[in-house]
Write a protein that binds this ligand. Structure first.
Ligand code: KG4
Ligand code: ZN
Length: 388
């Protein structure tokens, strides 16, 4: 089967096409196309993502990326009809920026060989999610291709299954993943610990009570005058930072008797610290970055280990944008191998740690085989708070 996936939950507009063959227990995936268009440059001037700007950009990019994706997958054929002109206008009443592009698709492209369309419906920025959802609905209307809603966090958790840079067929032995598994999902919008007792079976055991860890990286970066998104900039500076007596930050909730997190206090502590230190030279920025990264890492490692032990975890998955952080990755791997319990740890490759649509295609596949295909496109709705 061929699956086309659409991701617009935040500031990346992404579309992928994969082909899946083989048995459910050992599926084979081929990546036919994988396009991520990042809006980061645009949002930089706001120091964060501006939802209405994101929405407009998604609408502008989706039809272009869609056509490019079909071309990449060698399934772009000319054809089409003007039959849906009025219907498209009605369906996309709230997506005016998408109408023209959708008309072009309907009137110039023949129905492609796509079996399912997987679309992120949440969590994320509501206006941004709706563009993707409405685009998917419009495709469904003109070509009658069934839709499958995908949870963005589930996408992150399953992002470890594929290598985006492998153009050959990838055979995935699902039996190599022993359950229970634990997913530490760390991104710009979320920080969650989720126990999986099987594929598609999630139990959230903890989450941040305020800022997500990526958000804390971004906010601290802003305090230090570093560009958005801050994770990459901070981790780079941290490499050359030194421990200092006068630069100490809290490890919030590190010993709390639960799996929740809190990161806004660290950010406030950095603010006070910068005020107390006065003028901040380059080395001080590096030292603060190091201490910040260290504080965050210690909390993540401690809570993860606690959950691993309490739930008898056999497989650890760490995913989301922040999982690209080398220090966090190294410390988690060190701590897990220190347990000597044979726990397997999986991180996504760098380009699948931040937002992408390949992870949505994989999650879509799992949705399809477990009967989550929608029979009524009207029931596919953006749900900005959809929790695993
Ligand atoms: O998963 P993602 O692309 O978007 C959300 O779903 O939120 O994550 C983006 C977040 C940003 O906050 C960014 O600063 C952070 O991931 N990030 C990093 C690194 N690379 C990206 N944080 C720490 N270290 C990194 N190397
Ligand atoms: Zn994400």
């Amino acid at each position: 089967m061929k699956i086309l996936s659409i991701e617009t939950s935040c500031d990346e507009t992404a579309i992928s096409i994969i082909e899946v063959t083989g048995d459910k227990s050992a599926p084979s995936f081929s990546i036919l196309s994988n396009i991520v268009y990042s809006q980061v440059e645009l949002h930089k001037e706001f120091g964060g993502v501006f939802p209405t700007v994101a929405k407009r950009e998604h609408a502008k990019n989706l039809p272009i990326i869609f056509t490019e994706s079909l071309k990449n997958a060698s399934i772009l054929n000319t054809g089409g009809t003007t039959l849906y002109r009025e219907k498209i206008k009605t369906l996309l009443e709230r997506e005016q920026d998408l109408i023209e592009g959708m008309h072009t698709i309907a009137e110039t492209i023949a129905k492609p060989e796509i079996d399912y369309i997987a679309v992120t419906t949440g969590p994320g920025l509501e206006p941004a999610l709706w563009v993707g959802v409405n685009f998917a609905r419009a495709l469904n209307m003109i070509w009658d291709i069934p839709l499958v809603p995908v949870n963005h966090m589930e996408g992150h958790a399953l992002s470890i299954l594929l290598n985006a840079n492998d153009s050959k067929i990838q055979n995935v032995q699902l039996s190599q993943f022993e359950f229970p598994a634990l997913a530490l999902l760390i991104s710009g919008g979320h920080t969650e610990l989720v126990v999986m007792n099987d594929w598609m079976n999630y139990k959230k055991i903890g989450a941040t009570r305020d800022d997500a860890v990526g958000e804390a990286f971004d906010k601290v970066a802003r305090l230090l005058g570093l560009p958005y998104p801050g994770g990459v900039a901070i981790s780079k500076l941290a490499e050359e930072g030194e421990p200092r007596e006068d630069i100490r930050l809290p490890r919030p909730m590190i010993d709390s008797p639960n799996y929740d997190f809190s990161f806004s206090g660290i950010k406030t502590a950095v603010l006070y610290l910068t005020q107390a230190l006065g003028k901040i030279d380059e080395q001080t920025k590096k030292d603060i970055s190091k201490e910040f990264e260290e504080a965050v890492t210690e909390v993540l490692v401690k809570k993860t280990l606690k959950a691993v032990e309490e739930f008898g975890v056999r497989t650890l998955i760490v995913a989301g944008g922040v999982s690209a952080n080398t220090h966090i990755k190294n410390e988690i791997e060190k701590a897990i191998s220190g347990l000597n319990m044979g726990i397997k740890t999986f991180f996504p490759t760098k380009d699948l740690s931040t937002d992408n649509s390949l992870m949505i295609a994989i999650a879509g596949y799992f949705g399809i085989i477990s009967g989550k295909v929608s029979t009524d496109p009207q029931e596919i709705r953006a749900n900005s708070n959809w929790s695993l």
